[in-house]
Design a protein around this ligand. Sequence first.
Ligand SMILES: Cc1cc2nc3c(=O)[nH]c(=O)nc-3n(C[C@H](O)[C@H](O)[C@H](O)COP(=O)(O)OP(=O)(O)OC[C@H]3O[C@@H](n4cnc5c(N)ncnc54)[C@H](O)[C@@H]3O)c2cc1C
Length: 435
Amino acid sequence: MEWRSEPVAETITCDVLVIGAGPAGLAAAEAAARAGASVALLDENAGPGGQIWRRSSSGLDKNARPFATQLSELGVRIVYSASVFDLPHPGVAWAETLDGVVSLRSRTTILAPGARELFLPFPGWTLPGVAGVGGLQALYKTGLELKQKRIVVAGSGPLILAVSHYFLQQRIEVAGIYEQASAANLRKFAFSLVSHPGKLRQALGMASTAGRISAGWWVKEAMGDRRLESVEVTDGTTSRTIPCEYLACAYGLIPNDELPRLAGCRLTSEGVWVDELQQTSEEGLYCAGETTGIGGVDLSLVEGRIAGLAAAGKQQEAKAFFPERQRHRQFASLMNNAFTLRDELRSLAADDTVVCRCEDIRFKELRACPDLRSAKLQTRCAMGPCQGRICGAALTHLLGWEHDRVRPPVSNVRLASMMAAGQSEIQDHEMEKQS
Ligand SMILES: Cc1cc2nc3c(=O)[nH]c(=O)nc-3n(C[C@H](O)[C@H](O)[C@H](O)COP(=O)(O)OP(=O)(O)OC[C@H]3O[C@@H](n4cnc5c(N)ncnc54)[C@H](O)[C@@H]3O)c2cc1C
């Protein structure tokens, strides 16, 4: 078979390139455009809003719509269904779009690729009917029928309450909410909300979930013949079996740090390191939102504004948002402490539990390896379509393994797109040598 490259469909040149149209990217693009910069905004989704303001079958989310209107009035070039797969040099990015491969050239770049859910393997977690918490909500919003079904929500973090509340509002049966954090931690966190009135109001708005939460409980096993039929939950001393058709389970969020790592950005234990203006360790490359650390939508928005202004050269204006960011960072730190994961979750996977779902690799094969690199070489773990986004993060938690190196493409794109980008880079290099 002959592999063919294809011509580059378009080159977009702008002052500020924003990758990710979730709350952080939308706020960044708007701030940069208002500051007078020419801006391009890309997202691999088919519309704006990211995770929290995801488009549903009934249209754009009410929070994303005003951003979309303002951005088009400000002349921002917006490309949806565009996966950025490589950042070969500062100011250069490559994306695959519905029209082909697109080359992006910018003076500064803002990375806002958000976060994903953390899944920790337990027996039965690969059965049909078991999904992520935000994942099941997204499936419902895009058409999965959940009415007349019993759902168990489990895992950790405010997302499990937000999603349970959403399901209850939609009149979907939530058979139980199992939060692994202890009741004492939850009480402490609830009292601390007094100094964050906005968050307190949000929490009170989710009162419908209160009577259903079992704190200090987690899922031990998902059971069923061909699909999920019940789950066993435990508090470490007793267990219960709950019949259900769906289990929504995730242990909080982790930053999508592949693009920043590809660009060589420094990391911290929370996410991508940024200075006070949201600039990463790479000059001209900014990062905003959950990729710098998990902190909720308000922190994402303010970080986006600061990054947008700073990337457009308005550093003084950006500083006006520092106190607001500080307030949201304090809340983020309270939240992350309250939902620290308990040690028992490290020992849920049994020998024959599949950990790498793409390549079907079981826990016992992985335990024999010293690190992710050797697991990749010996078992093909983390070498499938998700490139370790699910199992890599789980293994960091279960076995303390470090991330492996990131290489392009960071998203699933066609070989022709990679070849087009590669050939164009070689031509540019040749031209530079000749001039
Ligand atoms: C599955 C899920 C569901 C959630 N649901 C809720 C909820 O119901 N309520 C709530 O309060 N919080 C929710 N959150 C948390 C919420 O998403 C965050 O607090 C906030 O939205 C983060 O904003 P962000 O802009 O940093 O990232 P996101 O909203 O995640 O946006 C990042 C955007 O970047 C895009 N992107 C990533 N990589 C690329 C790439 N290579 N090329 C192009 N585009 C790319 C993604 O498509 C996405 O649109 C959820 C989180 C997740 C992971």
